[in-house]
Design a protein around this ligand. Structure first.
Ligand code: ZN
Length: 294
């Protein structure tokens, strides 16, 4: 029981638009998982890349979660207010001689994996450069609660990756690792389109001496062509005037087999049922769930 009380999960959407069904799918799963363990569920707005942020998207996200009864604990955290923490982590890596400047553009990197061309290069301040993290030959292994045992060779499958971009923004990988640490996150549940980020994040955690959370990568919702639901694939807008129906549908897509009578229940009754009956194991090994009507 003591272990259960320490569970902290999070939902971390980017404010690039309103939440579509695919994002809400992940949000609901993460919420149910944490609540079924009597844990805390935190909300973080991943707004570090200001150029992609859409006006009003953050408040639309909060509104949607609230309408669905997915109430978060503690204050909402905004990545854009965490620059000093990212800078401190970056300096730690820099002081340990783990980063270097890279002037390459995507166009002049032929290989899929960056071959480390700039490792020994002298790059002057006046040049345009990104910062890359040095990787080595280690194998990163972790047990994913949704996808099983994963092994990645850091050098051949990832290579030296960017942690600070040419536009001076800290890269997603560094920001996420620092934020998960700052929020005390113990359980990361997210879509399996992000599973390739996990070995990079585990590597960063080891370099920064941070605890590694449990990872659980869920199937993602795809349209009838197999494409992930997103703004680009014109994911249907979720009708928040009928939150009960949205929750009921999501529970079906999460293979939780909600009883038909639940369709007529209130938001809090539906969530109560879903928390008590939460069965994440039915999703193990699945990478995509196809939406029939899309
Ligand atoms: Zn380079």
């Amino acid at each position: 029981m003591a272990e259960k009380q320490n569970v902290i999960g999070r939902f971390a959407p980017s404010p690039t638009g309103t939440l579509h069904l695919g994002s809400l799918y992940t949000a609901l799963a993460s919420y149910l998982d944490v609540r079924s363990k009597q844990g805390q569920w935190l909300l973080r707005i991943d707004d570090i890349d200001c150029s992609r942020n859409v006006d009003g998207a953050s408040s639309a996200i909060l509104y949607a979660l609230d309408a669905l009864g997915l109430h978060w604990d503690a204050d909402v955290v905004y990545q854009s207010q965490h620059h000093e923490y990212y800078e401190a982590a970056f300096m730690q890596l820099s002081n340990n001689n783990m980063v270097y400047r890279c002037t390459c553009s995507r166009k002049n990197i032929d290989a899929l994996i960056y071959p480390g061309s700039c490792r020994e290069k002298v790059v002057l301040d006046v040049m345009s450069y990104a910062w890359r993290l040095k990787t080595d030959q280690r194998i990163i292994s972790f047990y994913d609660e949704g996808q099983g045992l994963i092994h990645h060779a850091l050098d051949t499958q990832h290579g030296d990756f960017i942690i600070k971009r040419k536009d001076r923004l800290f890269a997603y990988q560094l920001a996420v690792v620092v934020d998960d640490y700052l929020q005390g996150v113990t359980h990361v549940m997210r879509g399996c389109d992000l599973i390739d980020s996990t070995p990079k994040q585990i590597y960063l955690q080891s370099l920064l001496n941070l605890a590694q959370p449990c990872y659980h990568h869920l199937p993602i919702l795809v349209d009838s062509f197999g494409a992930k639901l997103s703004k680009q694939t014109r994911a249907p807008v979720v009708d928040l005037t009928n939150p009960e129906w949205v929750l009921f549908r999501l529970l079906g897509l999460l293979s939780q087999n909600p009883p038909a009578v639940l369709a007529k229940a209130s938001v809090s009754e539906i969530l109560q049922w879903a928390i008590s009956n939460w069965q994440p194991h039915v999703l193990i090994g699945l990478q995509a769930i196809k939406l029939n009507k899309c």
